[in-house]
Design a binder for this molecule. Structure first.
Ligand code: ADP
Length: 517
């Protein structure tokens, strides 16, 4: 308990900000101004106390206890400007016993004593920021105590007399003033340092602790002042003891929280390092895979093209029997299948490496659909499928790569035909969307459909269903991945709707060609 705001300062710490040059000039001007006003308030307080009878011994006792409290303060959270000590309660007790000037002197002198001890313990180069920070803190506390004391007096509080319940309201108002002014002066440093608004700094870092602080200052300080007023030093000691033990337990709790946070940070750092290593390994493997693809592709494409060329030459040379011509045909169609696979692999590696480029030009969709249909027609005829077209006569051209557009259409049409049983129907539709920027094309079939649990993975590579229905169809599970990559390379989108046993419809969009764009 008894959190203190005295050290709750955003004064740049040497470790957190690095160079002094990084601290905005306005922050220096502000902190220097506070230090000057703080010194003036201290001199004024000292002068006022010297000119009237003062219990110097009692005041010294309060200063010593407050210095001890400051020295035993601990950071509330690592890296946070909040610390926990019970010095505020002692300043407040001093306010009730000695008045505003006594409280100011208690805050400043105890701060000074604690700073001297800290400086002795601190290494050479880090001393300057420590001194500056301490001077600022002392000033903030001195000014807050002075303001709290003035509010206490103005609202009818009696100094040194704890016997009347009438001091309750002034005491509460004084503790609110002390805590609020303290927080405000510190909030401004954070705000100047981070360029955040003062209100949001207060809300994020200070608002949560304000009620605890005010209660702790009022109750703890009130008890100390009461004990001292009634029993002198003994009373101070008696009431200090529970406050001290509460503060120690709270600090222990904070210490344990900090340990846990440090352990968590260690675990996070370790996991991050593991993930980074795994990621590097994956990137390396991926590079190998891409390299592998491109070597295999280039080494296989040339010989395969040559095999197919020689097949054509053999057929053209004449003198082959029908049986031999049949063999040459099988040879060529197998070489073609291999070449298609190699081309697909090359496309996949381009898409995955983000290197799929398309040259966009005006492309007549109706023409591309007719071309694609002529390629897949033999298979459709073999299965006696009914192929229907629904294309408006005023369909504008797509802004697309003609070769790649044909590839998309052939992939979708050959799938529709492949996965539709004999006598089924395949329908191709195309239309301009409402705002006239995209062309929407669909390829619908009345085929086997796609199970719901596979729909989300249908565009993944090698996503091929091995089932009763697909038995007898050839495929690699790469076609849709490439189709999606091609559509997206044009700036379009592709998706599917399907119902098992009823059929599937693949939709894709492509930008419409607009001469004015
Ligand atoms: P494949 O070479 O196997 O046809 P695709 O990537 O073109 O590879 O298709 C992947 C899988 O998606 C196919 O194996 C099939 O299971 C399913 N599929 C694609 N199109 C259709 C369709 N029109 N009807 C039913 N299933 C389809």
């Amino acid at each position: 308990m008894l959190p203190s705001q005295g050290e709750r300062t955003a004064w740049p710490r040497p470790t957190s900000l690095g160079t002094e040059g990084a601290v905005p000039r306005r922050l220096h001007a502000y902190t220097n101004a506070i230090i000057i006003v703080g010194i003036a308030a201290t001199v004024w307080s000292l002068w006022s106390l010297l000119t009237k009878p003062t219990n110097w011994l009692g005041l010294l006792l309060f200063v010593l206890v407050a210095a001890l409290a400051e020295l035993t303060g601990t950071d509330l959270l690592p890296g946070s400007p909040a610390t926990v000590s019970f010095s505020s309660a002692i300043y407040f007790a001093s306010l009730l016993v000695f008045g505003p000037f006594g409280a100011t002197l208690t805050a400043v002198s105890s701060g000074l004593a604690a700073t001297l001890v800290t400086i002795i313990r601190t290494e050479g180069p880090t001393r300057t920021p420590v001194i500056q920070r301490a001077l600022f803190n002392m000033s903030v506390y001195g000014l807050s105590c002075l303001a709290g004391g003035v509010v206490y007096r103005v609202t009818g509080g009696t100094v040194g007399d704890m016997s009347s319940a009438r001091i309750l309201l002034p005491a509460i108002l004084a503790s609110i003033t002390l805590d609020t002014l303290n927080a405000l002066l510190i909030v401004l440093t954070v705000s100047l340092q981070t360029a955040q608004s003062a209100f949001s700094v207060w809300l994020q870092n200070f608002a949560w602790a304000a009620p605890i602080n005010i209660v702790a200052i009022a109750v703890g300080g009130g008890a100390l002042a009461f004990g001292y007023a009634r029993l002198g030093m003994l009373g101070l000691g008696i009431f200090l003891l529970p406050i001290l033990t509460t503060s120690i337990s709270f600090q222990r709790y904070v210490g344990r929280t900090q340990d846990q946070m440090r352990r968590l940070e260690d675990i996070i750092a370790e996991r991050t390092a593991q993930l980074r290593a795994a990621n590097e390994e994956l990137t390396r493997l991926d590079q190998h895979k891409t390299q592998f693809y491109s070597i295999i592709n280039h080494e296989m494409r040339t010989p395969l093209t040559s095999v197919m060329g020689y097949c054509d030459l053999l057929r053209a040379s004449g003198g082959l029997t029908d049986r031999q011509l049949g063999h040459v045909q099988v040879l060529k169609s197998n070489a073609q299948r291999l070449l298609d696979l190699v081309n697909n692999l090359l496309d996949i590696s381009r898409i995955e490496a983000g290197r799929m480029t398309v040259s966009q030009e005006p492309a007549d969709l109706s023409e591309s659909i007719a071309d694609a249909l002529s390629v897949v027609q033999p298979l459709a005829a073999q299965k006696r499928l009914d192929i229907r077209l629904d294309l408006p006569s005023d369909l504008p051209p797509a802004h697309a790569d003609k070769k790649r557009l044909s590839q998309v259409l052939i992939n979708l049409l050959s799938n529709a035909i492949k996965y539709t049983p004999e006598g089924g129907q395949v329908t191709v539709r195309s239309a301009l969307d409402q705002d006239g920027s995209m062309l929407l094309t669909s390829v619908a079939d009345t085929g086997i459909g796609i199970p719901q649990d596979r729909l989300s993975r249908i565009f993944d590579r090698f996503s091929r269903e091995e089932s009763e229905q697909t038995r007898g169809t050839v495929g690699t599970g790469l076609g849709l991945t490439i189709t999606k990559g091609l559509v997206e390379a044009h700036g379009g989108r592709i998706w599917v709707q399907s119902q098992e046993g009823a059929g599937s419809t693949f939709f894709f969009t492509l930008p419409a060609y607009r001469p004015d764009r």
